[in-house]
Write a protein that binds this ligand. Sequence first.
Ligand code: HEM
Length: 489
Amino acid sequence: MSSFRLAMSPIMSLPPSSPSVAAPSPPSSIDLPVRPVPGSYGWPLVGPFTDRLDFYWFQKPEAFFRKRMDKHKSTVFRTNVPPSFPFFTNVNPNVVALLDCKSFAHLFDVDLIDKKNVLVGDFMPSIAFTGNMRVGVYQDTTEPQHPKVKKFIFDILKRSSGVWATELTSNLDVMWKNIETTLSESSSASYIFPLQRCLFAFLCKVLAGADPSRDPEIAKSGYAMIDRWLAVQLLPTVPLGILQPLEEIFMHSFRYPFFLVSGDYNKLYEFIKKEGKEVIERGETEFGLSQDEAINNLLFVLGFNSFGGFSLFLPSLIEAVASDETGLQEKLRAEAREKGGSTLRLDSVKDMHLIQSVVYETLRLNPPVALQYGRARKDFRLCSHESAFEIKKGELLCGYQKLAMRDPVVFEDPESFRPDRFTEGGVQLLDYLYWSNGPQSGSPSEYNKQCAGKDVVTLTASLVLAHMFRRYDSIKGNASSISALQKAK
Ligand code: HEM
């Protein structure tokens, strides 16, 4: 990145009420022209409905935001995001969209932004899905339970760091063996379910200290139970790509009730309660949570944040390397084998700079959680690179990661996958990598809303690549299947 670009970028500083956050504080608006936020919400009911059809059907999310950005000649504008009319009458779809790094960074300022109940926008799945309570991700930093839950999760991560890499690599070995067996009998092997089985077994062990093999039903179907639980609560907010108008009529028009997955959730709950006893007890004694709070929060972090997040992220990472034909695999293979010692540990990847950069670049171009929301706590002035805008208390801001992470002011050649973008001088760009609801150079804490797993996610993904290139010389495939594997000689 040129020095001009760096000079254009927001200054990193610490907001006063969040001592350990390194999020870019909202930049000064002194020299920027103030303009009204462009765009409108359209006619009541009609505007939200036509935007909904554009979002899911006629344009799809990326083109939806890009077309409006071009039309308004602004990376900040008003629009509607679904779910909306006709059956979501209690959901307000009006948002101010933020599509560049500078405006997006306001979402991380806890003085300006209230994160209460806005995980997936103004729509919130029923709390029946989370044991009839609002788990930590739905809580704002001003709520007393938020720091307790977040510190509980940090404690789990700290205590599991010693077994993290061994549990991961042993479960990856099982997964790759299964894929090899399928490949020996057919020309391609779908890896989504083997990957999810691997993730589920690994995450139960490292986060809950619970071994799925102690419960045959959970061992066989635990991952599918989580898939169903996630799908039913999130359907109104997820573009599926099913034949239209069936998707609009049946998937995006109403909430699906919890009872459809209550059997699955209850079985997972009982499994965690029994097999994750030690972790649950620490939640109660060290962090002041009730047993029910500890279990529901642990289950959410395990199933929604971790399992859900990795299930979206790892296929795009595997695709990025398995479909590459530029010689990247040779470089990754050399790094994976030359660095990090004979046995992979969590810190083995710290010297694998190219592998880490590939992980960051995949997160930049394919952020697993594309939309981030926050409500203005008060009136304030929000800046893009070119203009300043008056935001009113209560307005919902909606950052769309996919375009913000292609901000041409910050990222050179922003649409291209550049494997080494974040190596050497490029590490400064980590200030602008926002997949975790905060910059990759920031620190999640109980005072902010950045993903508690920010570091462990990128370390785990780097380990997945390092393990893959120690096991194989080359690999061919895409985001759902593997078509060729050449074992390490
Ligand atoms: C690829 C995997 C993951 C992705 C993509 C991901 C992404 C995110 C994002 C975008 C948020 C912010 C949501 C919002 O408020 O707008 C978040 C929050 C959170 N994540 Fe992650 N996450 C992942 C894995 C993990 C892991 C492994 C853990 C811990 C074991 C974790 C724990 C949390 C917690 C506790 C929060 C809520 C933070 C708070 O309330 O202050 N996540 N995650």
